[in-house]
Design a protein around this ligand. Structure first.
Ligand code: SAH
Ligand code: SF4
Ligand code: F3S
Length: 431
């Protein structure tokens, strides 16, 4: 039996897909590169914006044709969209809707037996990592925050933290296998809170009560590697966490801190539970404590009731903070969320205009940040090969650099010298 996995959405979905793949491999299924050759197509879907769901609808028309050619083809839909029964009931070509947390039931669904030992939770399935040097390691799933625009708490459910020992074992195993970059994942890593449980002879696990404890325990595992984490909610980014980042050289100087709006009226309507003042103070604290830190953000334009005046105030905050990178999102109303029924919609054209305004500000703040590194020599992790001996790598601060080399450097730390700084990355040469 051959399978193909189509992934949409965030890093959490990529990580989930690695667990699906390993489970299927253990059932004796073989991965194929083209969906045309598969007996099973797995779709790991995303619901965060309408555009994400539309990609699945688009894929469905292709699948309809494939099913007409090979009637035995089976389609499994998992990921966040699979949890929206009212939305997906019209997807007639999907054979099975699977809650990712029920992944361990997959062998039964497929009428086969897994060679993997008894699976306790879906987290305990050993992943088939896509990369040989960078690994996503989930530490929790779900969200309890209920930002009024966001579908995630409805589709991913309440927060569930993984046992520290399990996280530490997974990372240790990766480091033993030479992995160079570990990215800890959670919808809101700062609310990591493992339930107390007897940990047996587990090392250090008994003293891990919160995210900074876990991060420090991971960061002190032996090895030559970089440690990152995603995503942090500004309301509970603690001083203790700043200290841990500052004091552990394996943790990179990169913080993704979604602001979502730069105006208190909108932040309140979004139920974000912090003010612009709190956010700015936090950024200042992080920048003071961690020299050279890069702070990136997510921001939504066109939330209902965001008048031109409120947007201007938000853009001003955005400019004042001067983010080193930002992901700009046009508001998309999600049925089932609190903000779905809010009036005062912003037109698509106006959302696009606002996105452009912020892009322009970002080009400037990104360049201002990147310029300070011109002429410097930095260590980077090589992640991808391009055309004509071009290589793409990431700095500790999660910036993209490109340079030429005839040697194969994939997955290695190398030293480069920055020759040119742009808004979103650098040109450089091997040192
Ligand atoms: N847990 C993360 C975000 C997860 S969703 C956090 O709290 O920051 C990823 C991003 O999608 C969010 O940061 C937000 O900017 C965006 N997003 C979520 N819902 C959205 C919506 N309804 N419309 C537009 N963007 C949205
Ligand atoms: Fe969504 Fe807010 Fe939870 Fe992030 S913190 S996943 S934006 S509800
Ligand atoms: Fe999308 Fe779900 Fe991630 S909605 S962004 S795949 S948590």
């Amino acid at each position: 039996m051959k399978y193909f996995i189509q992934i949409f959405g965030c890093q959490m979905n990529k990580s989930d897909a690695e667990r699906i793949a390993s489970l299927l491999d253990s059932l004796g299924y073989n991965a194929v590169e083209q969906k045309e050759k598969a007996d099973f197509i797995f779709i790991v879907s995303c619901s965060v914006r309408q555009s994400a769901e539309n990609r699945v609808y688009g894929l469905m028309s292709q699948i309809k044709k494939l099913k007409a050619q090979s009637p035995k083809l089976k389609v499994v839909l998992t990921g966040c969209m699979a949890m929206r029964k009212e939305v997906v009931k019209n997807l007639k070509d999907v054979d099975v809707f699977l809650d990712i947390k029920d992944l361990k039931t997959l062998p039964k669904l497929l009428n086969t037996k897994s060679e993997q030992a008894e699976i306790e939770t879906y987290f305990s399935i050993k992943p088939k990592y896509e990369s040989g040097f960078t690994a996503y390691v989930p530490i929790m799933t779900g969200c309890n925050n209920f930002c009024t625009y966001c579908i995630v708490p409805y589709v991913r459910g309440r927060e569930e933290s993984r046992q520290p020992q399990e996280v530490l074992n997974e990372v240790q195993c990766l480091l033993d296998n030479g992995y160079k970059e570990i990215i800890l994942l959670g919808q809101n890593v700062n609310s990591y809170s493992p339930k107390l449980r007897t940990q047996g002879s587990g090392f250090r696990a008994e003293i891990i009560n919160d995210f900074p404890d876990l991060l420090e325990a991971v960061a002190t595992l032996k090895g030559d590697y970089w440690l990152r984490f995603l995503t942090s909610h500004p309301k509970d980014f603690s001083d203790k966490l700043i200290k841990v980042i500052k004091n552990n050289k394996n943790i990179t100087e990169y913080v993704h801190l979604p602001i979502q709006a730069g105006d208190d009226t909108i932040l309140r309507k979004m139920n974000r539970k912090y003010t612009v003042k709190h956010f700015k103070t936090l950024v200042k604290k992080i920048r003071n404590a961690i020299p050279g830190v890069s702070i990136s953000t997510d921001i939504i334009v066109g939330f209902p009731g965001e008048t031109k005046k409120l947007f201007e105030s938000s853009a001003k905050t955005f400019e004042e903070i001067g983010f080193d990178m930002a992901y700009l999102n046009k508001y998309s109303a999600r049925k089932g969320t609190k903000s779905y029924d809010l009036k005062d919609e912003v037109s698509d054209m106006e959302k696009k205009r606002r996105e452009l305004v912020l892009t322009k500000l970002l080009r400037k703040s990104g360049l201002d940040y990147n310029k300070q590194f011109k002429g410097q020599t930095l260590e980077v992790l090589v992640g991808k090969k391009g055309k004509d001996d071009m290589w793409f790598a990431k700095t500790r601060t999660y910036k993209v650099v490109k340079f030429k080399s005839k040697k194969s450097l994939l997955g290695q730390f190398v030293k480069i010298k920055i020759t040119k700084a742009g808004s979103f990355g650098y040109d450089c040469e091997l040192f």
